[in-house]
Design a protein around this ligand. Sequence first.
Ligand SMILES: [Zn+2]
Length: 147
Amino acid sequence: MTKAVCIYCGENKLGALVPCVACKTAPDTKIDRAKSILLSDHCLSVSELNFRAVRIRNGESLEFEEEQVAAFADALMDQSSLHAANRAIHFIAIGFAAWLFVAIVVLVYVDIDWVKGLTFGLLAVSILPAIALWMDILGNFLRRFRS
Ligand SMILES: [Zn+2]
């Protein structure tokens, strides 16, 4: 677990981006998130963290290197867009599952030849990318558990 210092009140907390137990504040802007990560054991030794924590508690302002803050803020943005891409892929996978369900229902219950033919054709075209996508998601899922 990440040992971090609240950038607002100087209290110790576990996890750079979680709300602080003492002042209930969570870093919600990109810049504050970046500063919060810079004030964690990802970036500083425990003694350096303690030194800065005391400074914040005494009301002294901390100086951050602007370039470092900007670099972290950019990295955070990349991560959240990665998150959005992941969500989109899951959305598509669920869409495929719903389509598969509809196609099976149509093939089993609908007695109109051209509707069946069309559904079967679309199913044949879409089933391979759908399986590839599901295998990919399943693979990622299993990898997360193994590491
Ligand atoms: Zn706090």
